[in-house]
Design a protein around this ligand. Structure first.
Ligand SMILES: [Zn+2]
Length: 72
């Protein structure tokens, strides 16, 4: 059973056309939409875990990439 490893933790907000990328565990990144708007998106967790969320009207492209590594 190969391990699933995060190689990129990123999203694109299609409302403000911004790519946001979390580079490390406590790197909480938001797009340029106001944080209280319903189109705001965020990503967190870096390469340790993928956590993201967005408002009800958000348009999001998921850019997160995974690699599969065989266990020895
Ligand atoms: Zn945005």
């Amino acid at each position: 059973m190969p391990d699933k490893k995060i190689v990129r933790n990123a999203l694109r907000c299609l409302t403000c056309d911004t790519v946001i990328e979390s580079k490390h565990r406590h790197d909480f990144v938001q797009c340029n939409c106001p944080s209280d708007s319903t189109t705001n998106i965020f990503v967190d967790g870096g390469l340790d875990y993928v956590r993201y969320g967005y408002g009800v009207d958000a348009l999001v492209e998921i850019l997160t990439e995974y690699a599969y590594v065989e266990n020895e």
